[in-house]
Design a binder for this molecule. Structure first.
Ligand code: RAM
Length: 476
């Protein structure tokens, strides 16, 4: 981006039909955009029509958004046409936007007048009440920057719920919530917000059996859709446990216990006689947006991991008796996972008929405790670091779990290097909030068929700060 002029010089310009400018607010904001518009000429004899485009990244305002090829609704594209009837007028655009850049095009005035913009400003919104102290000055520069960007990402996703992204879907998803809540406890804790989100899910289970939806809409009134993600439902109890440990709110944890337990109870019905989880047809197992990923091994890991976390929650909420059979079942599933998914000869976990080697399988079976520490470290080293052909993540959601798995089996230095090569690379590419999807080799990658519908301030990407601050990754 070339700087053309300082923002304070904008009122010096008299703009007419066809003129345009791009404002740079110097950092990402979730919120409103306002300005004062003054007309100047022989006669203000028509409305002013403007096109306003909001950019989280330069491409949003520098590249045409059409033709749009994405699979998600084009109504998410961040642009508006507004018509201002009488001048002068103070304008506050009514919707909430996610932006660092704002492009304003004057579509028309009349031949008799032009317009000047005064007091262009952003009103930033967040429910994060405090900013954490920056990392020590002695911390390497790239780490401090990745930490700052993580925090800005979290801050701008913390609204009246933990949103997945303030640009799109602006929605509360279990998977995103879990990572955001964890990052928030060590940066900008807002226990009421986590609690509110947990209760929003608990209040909207599937009527027939209590299975939790993957996401909820908050407005105009809390509601949900027929979107169920097996791994997200499994992980609900893990969020309750984290919340309890962070807040000591035992009353809420006890009240939410039956909801958390019900998820695992339902998911265990999908485990076969051999102790292997079999996702029923028509159900969505997410893990990551990489569509070529075989999810059998990683789903086995998610279910065991979530079951173990549920058992921990049971201890703390006085429900240990209830989980005794579950604990035995998890032991069987753990043994089955090792036997079925760990290839001793290759020293890696494999998944599916084609024996696919992926980062996801190593990460989740490690986090589930299905491998010894040595096996896990060896598998992660081979699949993630050495094997360049293994199936990789496309989102930070899975990168997070790979980094966490490395930390769990003592690969702290490698975990740091992975953060540098992924999140650090986004910073090198100009990110001031972390992106929903990022392929270092393809800047146009999108899970939805068009990069302009991607979200560039995305909840599940905010966790490097959690690794630095909660898991003390810098103490290596
Ligand atoms: C997308 C969003 C969201 C995620 C789901 C599975 O719609 O990116 O963050 O949780 O997918």
């Amino acid at each position: 981006m070339d700087v053309e002029a300082h923002g304070s010089d904008l009122p010096k310009r008299l703009l007419r039909k066809g003129d345009q400018f791009i404002l740079d607010f110097g950092g990402h904001r979730t919120g409103h955009f306002g300005f004062k518009l003054v007309g100047e000429g022989s006669s203000i004899d028509a409305p002013v029509r403007l096109k306003v485009t909001f950019g989280e990244v330069p491409g949003d305002v520098a590249e045409p958004l059409y033709p749009y090829k994405g699979s998600l609704s084009s109504s998410w594209l961040p642009e508006e046409i507004i018509t201002i009837d009488f001048l002068p007028q103070t304008v506050r655009m009514p919707r909430r936007y996610a932006f660092r850049f704002v492009k304003v095009e004057v579509l028309d005035t009349s031949p008799n007048f032009g317009v000047r913009f005064f007091d262009t400003h952003a009103i930033a919104l967040t429910s994060a009440s405090s900013q954490p102290a920056p990392l020590a000055i002695s911390t390497p520069e790239w780490i401090r920057r990745v930490d700052e960007v993580s925090i800005a990402t979290l801050r701008d996703c913390m609204q009246t719920t933990f949103e997945d992204g303030p640009r799109r879907d602006q929605r509360l998803w279990i998977g995103d919530l879990r990572l955001q809540a964890r990052a928030s406890y060590v940066t900008m804790p807002n226990h009421d917000l986590v609690k509110r989100c947990l209760y929003l899910f608990a209040g909207l289970p599937r009527e027939s059996d209590g299975f939790l939806p993957a996401c909820v809409f908050e407005k105009p009134a809390p509601s949900t859709t027929e979107t169920f993600i097996l791994d997200y439902a499994a992980l609900y109890g893990s969020i309750v446990l984290d919340y309890l440990q962070a807040s000591n709110d035992l009353a809420a944890a006890k009240e939410l216990w039956p909801v958390a337990y019900r998820q695992i109870e339902l998911l265990l019905k999908m485990v076969d006689d051999q102790g292997l989880f079999q996702a029923p047809k028509g159900y969505w197992a997410f893990i990551d947006w990489n569509m070529s990923l075989d999810r059998s091994a990683s789903m086995q890991g998610v279910i065991i991991y979530s079951g173990r976390r549920l058992c921990e929650l049971a201890q703390l909420t006085g429900n240990s008796e209830q989980v005794k059979p579950l604990s035995r079942r998890l032991d069987e599933m753990t043994a089955a996972a090792h036997q079925h998914y760990y290839n001793t000869a290759k020293g890696v976990c494999v998944s599916g008929a084609k024996q696919q080697i992926s980062w996801a399988s190593q990460a989740w079976l490690t986090l589930a405790g299905c491998l010894s520490r040595e096996e896990a470290a060896g598998a992660l080293r081979r699949a993630v670091i050495e094997d360049k052909t293994s199936t990789q993540p496309t989102t930070a959601y899975l990168y997070h779990h790979v980094v966490e798995a490395m930390v769990v089996c003592g690969m702290r230095q490698q975990a740091l290097e992975l953060i540098k090569s992924y999140w650090g690379r986004m910073v090198d590419d100009g990110a001031d909030t972390f992106w929903e999807a990022f392929d270092p080799n393809d800047s146009t990658f999108s899970p939805y068929g068009d990069v302009h519908i991607n979200s560039f301030c995305h909840a599940w990407s905010c966790t490097p700060t959690y690794f630095f601050r909660a898991l003390h990754l810098l103490d290596t």
